[in-house]
Design a protein around this ligand. Structure first.
Ligand SMILES: [Zn+2]
Ligand SMILES: [Zn+2]
Length: 282
């Protein structure tokens, strides 16, 4: 599988607007790979777009992507679906205000996520219903797993109550990528499908040192309920026997630059930190 990390940032882009910290100032000066936009990836084999942050149109243009056939969401937090309207940007034929033939996108989601997405609204009602009515998208819901061309996708729910989130396992020709960028705790590590991935795409979790203002996360901080620490994430990757680890969803508040991550990954044999536009072969 050929994959492009369209956006390597998290819920805060880098540079964060108006922020003059070291990380943001350097990113403003140097651009990519120091600059990071919201979390999104693209699988070229079947033209699968995963998640649409606010910057998705810019990301697709920047990566020279000329066709999107399938769209998936890991969950419905704003940093992953703010750019959902990209389906309209892509498909709209101004002559009919409907979709150009061949530009219609298949939205492929686990059943509960599709149900929840219907509740995401503009002032005029459900976005999903509007995009379907205009034929910008068609909806395909699935349970557990689905085949998209030559790729089998397995959806594994993360048990987070109302805050529904999915980890996706993409398999093709004996190769496997586990994609888990955000809201992954508690990680379903006993699910057979997450075992021994060739590539584990995951967020690094919480860094406890070298944060701005000398901040130290209190033991009862809210982030500790949603995030693993960096060390816990590494241990998790080892337990599922991931061959390669790619860290994404890199937050501005981790106070680390592209150079800092480059130095950190040198301490490991199988760890890399993503950047915007990074291309990988799985
Ligand atoms: Zn900053
Ligand atoms: Zn996120």
């Amino acid at each position: 599988m050929d994959v492009t990390i369209l956006g390597s940032g998290g819920c805060m882009v880098i540079p964060k607007p108006l922020c003059d910290c070291r990380i943001c100032s350097e990113a403003r000066k140097k651009g990519v790979p120091y600059e990071r936009t919201g979390p999104s990836a693209f699988i070229h084999d079947e033209n699968i777009l995963i998640d649409t942050p606010a910057e998705i149109s810019i990301q697709l243009n920047r990566a020279h992507i000329m066709q999107v056939d399938n769209l998936m969401f890991t969950h419905l937090d704003p940093d992953h679906i703010e750019g959902f309207r990209v389906v309209e940007q892509i498909a709209l034929d101004f002559r009919t205000w409907q979709a150009f033939p061949g530009k219609q996108i298949r939205l492929i989601l686990p059943v509960p996520l599709m149900d929840q997405l219907r509740n995401v609204q503009s002032a005029y009602g459900s976005l999903l219903d509007y995009y379907v009515a205009q034929k910008f998208i068609t909806c395909v819901s699935f349970k557990d797993s689905i085949v998209i061309g030559d790729i089998r996708v397995t959806a594994i729910p993360v048990d987070r109550g109302e805050m529904l989130s999915f980890i996706y396992v993409f398999e093709k020709a004996g190769r496997k990528m586990v994609y888990a960028p955000c809201d992954i705790r508690p990680f379903p590590e006993n699910h057979e499908k997450v075992a021994r991935p060739d590539l584990f795409v995951v967020q690094p979790g919480l860094f406890e040192k070298k944060l701005r203002h000398g901040f130290i996360y209190p033991t009862d901080h809210i982030s500790r309920t949603t995030l693993y620490t960096f060390e816990e994430t590494l241990a998790l990757a080892e337990r599922i026997q991931a061959d390669q680890i790619l860290f994404v969803h890199l937050e501005e508040y981790w106070n680390r630059s592209h150079s800092d991550y480059a130095a950190l990954q040198n301490q490991f044999e199988n760890v890399r930190f993503a950047w915007d536009g990074m291309q990988l072969s799985v």
